[in-house]
Write a protein that binds this ligand. Structure first.
Ligand code: ZN
Length: 54
């Protein structure tokens, strides 16, 4: 059993699709993250959505 299985997700800018942030997360949580984060490509804060890293 892989109870502690973790996987990497990334947050990509919804405007330019740049993949700006990624981190590890437990598989249990199945909600989608959506955060306002600074995007270097856009030069401002934009909504970032969760996506799979691989
Ligand atoms: Zn952007």
């Amino acid at each position: 059993m892989a109870a502690n299985e973790k996987f990497t997700i990334l947050l990509s800018c919804t405007q330019c699709k740049n993949k700006n942030y990624y981190f590890n997360r437990c598989k249990k949580k199945d909600f989608k993250l959506e955060l306002n984060k600074f995007c270097k490509a856009c030069g401002k804060k934009t909504p970032h959505k969760e996506g799979k890293a691989n």
